[in-house]
Design a binder for this molecule. Structure first.
Ligand SMILES: [Zn+2]
Ligand SMILES: [Zn+2]
Length: 370
């Protein structure tokens, strides 16, 4: 093993520098992960443009790799050690609070950078903190005792495991948050990696009608939505979206609407409220907007709509996502469209932001790729 670790460090907004860090000394309760794939998502695009932390950060929060070195206590605690391929959740949890006890590490304060300045979260933590390697855009990642890891099933490649995050979000939001089930009708807005993962989760859960919306730029993604099981797709730029999606439910409206759009403002939420069934539908929203002018609260309550917030994933959802990937029931490898090496980290993030072309769905950063 070499003495230094190469990492792509975000040093300022939209600026990346390659830096070398010393190979960390691993304590008895820690481990070192040799990175294979770091997935990049829409959050990375936002955090790259407007970092929430001023200090230098190794980004990369959707990480898959093989344990290269593990202390004795780490192996005892996790039941995983050298040579095991694992998916690492980005939450570095306390393991003591009620949320951690429930496997809901996403809600643990120890990992919440919004309220806790000393929070640890992969891809969001200063590389000046001890052990330095707190992000996946690097050759190695440090795993402390309180990391949250999952064994990747045999037969699932690192590239495929790289989409465990969007898929576990899909399972969390569709299955657990909005309770999509047998014979439900679902409208999924936005055919990016997140929307496409919802298609798979809803199909597996038994939905009878899955409709996916996209824009004129989304032709290839909408095509893929069909391949993954969508019953109909709608180009909102070419058609009257509300009239078309209503018609697809024979005027009855949807049981569930999932908003997986990015940068579309208030439009998807307004469309969602209209497209839901007459009473007691469920709407999943993203927290993109700080405020929502003229929010139709009256209509929302008249229709007895439940709103759920898209907020990461639980431990259980990740386990199900990995099982889903291992089952090979859906051609999920079609999602992994682009690969970049460490030296091209800046370009990789820009690709997810749509600056490189229209055909990008999921981007994998492979830190060992030349
Ligand atoms: Zn992400
Ligand atoms: Zn906790």
């Amino acid at each position: 093993m070499s003495e230094t670790v190469l990492a792509a460090v975000r040093t300022a907004p939209r600026t990346t520098e390659l830096r070398e860090f010393p190979m960390p000394e691993i304590p008895a309760d820690g481990a070192l992960l040799k990175m294979e794939v770091a997935g990049i998502c829409g959050t990375d695009v936002k955090m790259y443009a407007k970092p929430v932390i001023a200090e230098p950060v190794i980004m990369g929060h959707e990480n898959v790799g093989t344990i290269a070195k593990a202390g004795r206590q780490f192996v005892e605690r996790h039941g995983l050690g050298e040579g095991d391929r694992v998916f690492v959740e980005h939450y570095v949890a306390c393991y003591r609070c009620e949320w951690c006890r429930l496997g809901e590490y996403r809600h643990c304060e120890a990992t919440d950078w919004r309220t806790n300045p000393d929070a640890r979260r992969y891809g969001y933590t200063s590389c000046e903190k001890p052990y330095h390697l707190w992000g996946g855009f690097a050759q190695y990642l440090y795993l402390p005792w309180n990391c949250v890891i999952h064994r990747v099933p045999d037969g699932v490649t690192a590239e495929l495991a790289g989409i465990a995050t969007p898929l576990s979000n899909g399972i969390e939001w569709a299955l657990y948050d909005t309770k999509v089930g047998f014979m439900d009708s679902v409208l999924i807005q936005g055919p990016g990696q997140q929307g496409l993962s919802q298609v798979v989760a809803c199909k597996q859960a038994g939905a009878s009608l899955i409709v996916v919306t996209g824009t004129a730029h989304d032709a290839a993604r909408l095509e893929l939505a069909r391949k993954l099981g969508a019953d109909a797709v709608v180009d909102v730029d070419a058609e009257d979206a509300l009239a078309r999606v209503r018609e697809l439910t024979r005027g009855e409206g949807f049981d569930v609407v999932l908003d997986c759009t990015a940068g579309a403002g208030t439009t998807p939420v307004l469309l969602g409220i209209e497209a839901l069934k007459r009473r007691a539908g469920t709407l999943l929203i993203q927290g993109e907007l700080a405020a929502f002018p003229d929010f139709p609260l009256k209509k929302l309550t008249e229709k007895a709509i439940t709103i759920k917030s898209a907020r990461g994933h639980s431990y259980r959802a990740v386990e199900l996502a990995l099982e889903q990937l291992a089952s090979r029931r859906f051609p999920l490898e079609l999602l992994t469209t682009h690969e970049f090496g460490l030296a091209d980290t800046d370009r990789a993030i820009r690709a997810v932001g749509g600056e490189v072309g229209d055909d990008v769905i999921h981007v994998s950063l492979l830190p060992w790729l030349d």
